[in-house]
Design a protein around this ligand. Sequence first.
Ligand SMILES: C[C@](O)(C(=O)O)[C@H](CC(=O)O)C(=O)O
Length: 306
Amino acid sequence: MAQLQAATKLRQMLADPDKIIVCPGVQDGLTARMALHVGFDALYMTGAGTAASRLGQADLGLTTVDDMATNAGMIAGLDRAVPVLADADTGFGGPVMVARTVEKYALQGVAALHIEDQVTTKRCGHLLGKELVDEATFVARIRAAAAARARLASDIVIIARTDALQSLGYEGAVARLRAAVAAGADVAFVEGVRTADDLARVAADLAPTPCLLNMVQGGVTPLVNAEEARRLGYRIVIWPLAGLTSAYIAMRETCRELKATGEIKERYTEDGKIDGGVRDVFELCGLSKCTEFDKEVGGSSFAKGI
Ligand SMILES: C[C@](O)(C(=O)O)[C@H](CC(=O)O)C(=O)O
């Protein structure tokens, strides 16, 4: 039987009112592989992480649509059974460009994308001084996204994100999301929530539209765990920095060790095996699956061992 499209699968997950979809943020193949290995049933491709890992740049709108769609598509292709939700920033231009962005993501097998109401020279939602486009421009972005989805007969989930809380306040932000939902968005995302009170009322105020919660370490939103998010009525929670923060800390430690001592000591698991060595990394990235596939189809590339 043909495998369910990831977007359709995500819609089914959203249809279960008791389920909260917890997505670790991943920025590259390795972090995605690790999240899959640990057993997450959905992943989030972070734009901030894509900018940092692919370009070595801050989250300031420097990534192009192709940087983002290619990265999201690569991640979605690692396991087609696991939906990938991806950042699409502002949609990368006017309605025509937004529609093209949605097509690119959908054709790459991405299950969901979020489009926001910042100006094209955007910044991370947890920084100060954000500027918005007017509501009509935002709504046109969402309408363009929905039109592209219909044109492709795709199930891709459109997530409307507003960054309006900082400058327009709570009611302004919620009004923008209601307008976005009327224009075809499936999920609502209030970015940069600052207080526990606001955190607690978003999902109820936007019901029955499912809401996404963004948990950024070092950001402006108070952090809550998955159970608490579910209790507050959120249906999706993303931890965009899951991969970034772990890479940041681990790389710093390892580089400091090499700089200070001239070597990197091997790490061991509790049962005495080398941890995180070259074979572990290759295995995580499909070494055995590749060798088995080669054998199954009559190849001999690995007949002498690997
Ligand atoms: C969710 C987000 O858009 C991302 O790129 O992952 C960022 C996360 C971040 O920069 O901390 C955002 O919240 O704007």
